[in-house]
Design a protein around this ligand. Sequence first.
Ligand code: PMP
Length: 389
Amino acid sequence: KQPPCECNNCYTGKDCSILLSDCPVNANSGDPLFLEPFWMRQAESSAALVSGWHRMSYIYQDGTFVSEALETVIRKLHSVVGNAVTDNRFVIFGSGSTQLLAAAVHALSLTNSSSLPSRLLASVPYYAMYKEQAEFFDSVHLKFEGDAFAWKNSERNDNTTQVIEVVTSPNNPDGKLKRAVLEGPNVKTIHDYAYYWPYFSPITVPADEDLSLFSLSKTTGHAGSRFGWGLVKDKTVYEKMKRYITLSSMGVSRTTQLHVLQLLNVVVRDGGDNIFHFGHETLKKRWETLNKVISMSTRFSLQKIKPEYCNYFKKVRDFSPSYAWVKCERPEDANCYEIFRTAKITGRDGKVFGSEESFVRLSLIRSQDDFDHLIDMLKKLVFQEGVEA
Ligand code: PMP
């Protein structure tokens, strides 16, 4: 006899297919399950089988922690997509770009010859991890200083204090292509390109920066595999990052590296046509649906980004960011997160991104069920506006 089906708390019925009408929707986390249907169709070609006696050693045959085949396919991926220059760059692997971020900040703060700590900056709105890591690791070499624009215009900016600016492009939360705010011999930059893939943004130029970070989570959607990579120009910085990775985890799991190799081989096999077209079409449709709902509202607005030419799709195209960066326009709706939470939509508070309470971030890259549910709840919220008017 089958045990009774245990539905998650939003579904009911024999086969858990009936959505409870008033169930809160999770639009908070950036879990990239929008790519799951693509991988379901590639179930066989993307599978990796590891026998018990395989890959037991810490190291590869060449004595490193790094799979050469994986490094080769990563370089190929960038050349196929056209989103980054890999010539004259060292490639470094990490357990997610989260670990590489810490490694990069560590490496760049150590190259500071002054006795004062380097200042870590990012322009608002920024991904909260930069601040949280800096404050948690609490290094004597580093201090999180907040908004890069505010620093640029402040009296404390003496143009000699060493600063590290994190440039997230496309940006999390608003999806815009960002450029560094600060410049000068005292400025070092980390470019976080987690979202610089054709799903989310036109590929306008190949990234050609000193230190660029990429994340498997937003490339293939395998966030749980915890894999990211960096492209690093300077050998000393690369060596310092490598030391950080070695001392914190002795490299990245070899099983993960094998799995990632298998996945990226599927991605590059047809020039990325399949996955990037699938993912882009999915998000394009989601944005069309979302725009339709929000266009009926005067209470809420979305970020606006001008279309640009995409070297990957070879046409001018709209952005289709991972997140809706929603503004509550009415003064009485000062706490936008609360307005949505009351309407049973859990987003992420604008304050988390160093921004204002009048913003909330809604994730659009979760599963189709989550997205459909989000749209249902949004329609109710916007419809309520019409009733109140
Ligand atoms: N950078 C940005 C801008 C992100 O949004 C995220 C994850 N959401 C990361 C880095 C971390 O990615 P990973 O899963 O590779 O650690």
